[in-house]
Design a protein around this ligand. Structure first.
Ligand code: PRT
Length: 123
């Protein structure tokens, strides 16, 4: 895993209230104190801001804001993972598992599974 990602995940973990995080001093602890809904709301906002930055970049050709917004989105996603006791390494493992599997083939295989299940239900 990237050293930056691992370091940030460790800092986020240390900001949990049960690990001594202080919502008065830490933005991440404040998010944990607010709970799931506040974290998910931030992800929704940051995702929307990323889309808007990408649309602006299409018009003005300046993609730098996309990086900025994407960093905000990734950061809040890391907070969400920690909230559910998941790690960025697990996401990277899932991406590694998918390596070489075309999205088109995977979707077709999914449809086959659903069709087979429907056939089984009929019998
Ligand atoms: N990478 C980040 C990071 N990226 C973004 N942010 C914060 O995320 C918030 C993003 O919110 P917005 O851009 O929507 O701005 P806003 O309108 O002020 O947000 P809200 O009022 O809705 O919270 C801002 O407060 C940013 O400062 C981050 N806060 C912290 N980190 C990392 O997390 C570490 C721990 O942070 P603390 O827990 O605050 O010490 C830091 O050392 C950094 O490495």
């Amino acid at each position: 895993m990237s050293v930056t990602l691992a370091r940030l995940a460790a800092v986020i973990e240390s900001r949990k209230l049960e690990n001594g995080g202080d919502p008065e001093k830490s933005y991440v602890s404040r998010l944990f104190a607010k709970g799931d809904d506040a974290i998910l709301k931030k992800i929704g906002e940051e995702a929307t801001e990323t889309v808007m930055a990408a649309k602006d970049a299409r018009v003005d050709g300046d993609a730098s804001k996309v990086l900025y917004e994407c960093a905000d989105l990734w950061f809040h996603t890391l907070v969400m993972l920690a909230q559910f006791n998941l790690t960025p390494q697990q996401v990277l493992d899932e991406l590694a598992r998918r390596e070489g599997i075309s999205g088109i083939e995977e979707k077709a295989a999914r449809k086959d599974v659903l069709r087979d299940a429907a056939e089984t239900d009929k019998h």
